[in-house]
Design a protein around this ligand. Structure first.
Ligand code: S3P
Length: 172
């Protein structure tokens, strides 16, 4: 199958949907956060703390460039929520595969992220406000980049999987 790229806000289910989809469709799942953590041998939160966000963003771009050289098909790639914010990355993602935005409401995201300690951009202060502020900057970028938008609120993982399959049927 053609490569698939899952984009969306933190907590929108990109990694779990990617894993589920990959096992059911004999694809390989790659997650940019995981890829960076494996290569750096440290957590994203440590990278943010020691090297800063800009350094992490460069690592994201390098990761997608590297994957473009090596992974031609049958990949479902989940990318960090901030990765599509760089214009350069958007072009790379488009080149990599069909882009699907997993869209979730602020209510859903707040619920899913309420005990999260792994995402540096959401620590401290009011979670809902942080989500709303970031979402206001990102929503349109996600929408514009996506070939398909899938609403995930209240849906189980297998429903989302089916909707991705439906989208991909039109892609071959
Ligand atoms: C980020 C999202 C995270 C991770 C980092 C920054 C963001 O990935 O890359 O904490 O800027 O939205 P997930 O979207 O997989 O949580």
């Amino acid at each position: 199958m053609k490569n698939i790229v899952l984009i969306g806000f933190m907590g929108s289910g990109k990694s779990s949907v990617g894993r589920f989809f990959a096992t059911h469709h004999r694809m390989k799942q790659i997650d940019t956060d995981q890829y960076i953590e494996n290569r750096e041998k440290r957590k994203i939160s440590q990278i943010f703390e020691t090297d800063g966000e800009e350094a992490f963003r460069r690592m994201e771009t390098d990761t997608v460039k590297e994957l473009l050289q090596t992974e031609k098909k049958d990949i479902i790639l989940s990318v960090g929520g901030g990765l599509p914010m760089r214009e350069e990355n958007r072009a790379l993602l488009k080149e990599f595969g069909t882009v699907i935005y997993l869209k979730a409401s602020v209510d859903t995201l707040e619920h899913r992220l309420s005990f999260d300690k792994s995402r540096p951009l959401l620590q401290g202060g009011n979670l809902r406000e942080k989500i709303e502020t970031l979402m206001a900057k990102r929503e349109q970028v996600y929408e514009d980049l996506a070939d398909y938008v899938i609403l995930t609120d209240g849906k189980g993982i297998s429903t989302v999987e089916r909707e991705i399959m439906l989208a991909m049927e039109g892609e071959e």
